[in-house]
Design a protein around this ligand. Sequence first.
Ligand SMILES: Nc1nc2c(ncn2[C@@H]2O[C@H](COP(=O)(O)OP(=O)(O)OP(=O)(O)O)[C@@H](O)[C@H]2O)c(=O)[nH]1
Ligand SMILES: [Mg+2]
Length: 363
Amino acid sequence: MRITMIGGFLGAGKTTTIARLARHYLEAGQRVGIVTNDQAAELVDTQFLRSQGFSVGEVAGACFCCKFDALAETLGQLDRQIAPDVILTEPVGSCTDLVATVVEPLRALHGDRYEMGPLAVLLKPEHGQRILTGGPRIGFSPQAEYIFLKQLEEADVVAVNKVDRLDREAREQLKEALEARFSGKPILFVSARTGEGFDELLLALASSPAPHRSMMEVDYERYAAGEAELGWLNAAATAHGSAFSLDQLTLQLAGELAERLEAARMEAAHVKILAESEGDVSMSNIVSSDRGAELSLACSVQVDRADLTVNARVAGDPDLLKTIVEDGLDAVGAMLGVRLALGAVHHFRPAPPVPTHRFQSGE
Ligand SMILES: Nc1nc2c(ncn2[C@@H]2O[C@H](COP(=O)(O)OP(=O)(O)OP(=O)(O)O)[C@@H](O)[C@H]2O)c(=O)[nH]1
Ligand SMILES: [Mg+2]
């Protein structure tokens, strides 16, 4: 059983990439499992991937590195349930140091059962262009940018995602900036949306890198400060009304939240809103302050009730984020004539990472 980890910053396109890769492997006759991960319960990613028919295990409550045993248990469950040929894993998008805390410990402790594929890290152009090429500040502190860069540094392969949105000049600029900073690292250009570059990505993922002997240096205080700067919110809500559009609900809510976050000067790392009604699913996202809201999964149905899941990761105070989400739900409910009732809400700043294992260079 082969384990492939797709890392990258919040909103880089990890889940979209995993869904495309899973479809490819399934079409090639392989059995595929997926493991999602988040700091809290109520994961949009798990619901989205399950709605596409994939077998998904979930590690919730902290990142893979801090919940290594839960990850190993979830991999074991998938193994017993569907005996996958490939398991695609998605670490939390604010997590780094995965080679020392997850990849090498899995190889050392479970290498009899699992073969480790390369660590592929997606580059998110919305923030990457500004972080790598020194554009205007973006609302993240240097500590959060530190995480963004450390994720790329430890990658076996970097895949610049969303190239469907990048012109030739922007691609060149990113390539030069990556080569200057991470000399010799393989760099691919892909689009999880259109499939461009996926033949090369699949080829890269099929390789079996030798165990990493030298671990990246990580300043855990800086890393913890970068994560703690993010307000994190996972919430469930219900919607009741009369023949309302599921797509309009998620898109309008994402649009409302984008405006309110901008007014509060809180940079969105990633906000995702999923609405489900009797198997129909709609999803809208915000991936940065200058992109606005986007309907990423449309279903074009009218319904009378729906379950909503909101996952928001933004630079700023989680209490303020909660107020923004509550007020946004009220405003959109009133606009659409839909009764929106908030259920469980988890909102917090991520706690400092305390990995279960951390391999040192040479181990
Ligand atoms: N244009 C374009 N959009 C993309 C592409 N890949 C992903 N997206 C969009 O980017 C947003 C984030 O994608 P996700 O796959 O949810 O990103 P993620 O890295 O899993 O995000 P987190 O789990 O929150 O860290 C969604 O709106 C996607 O539809 C791409 O190749 N091109
Ligand atoms: Mg995701």
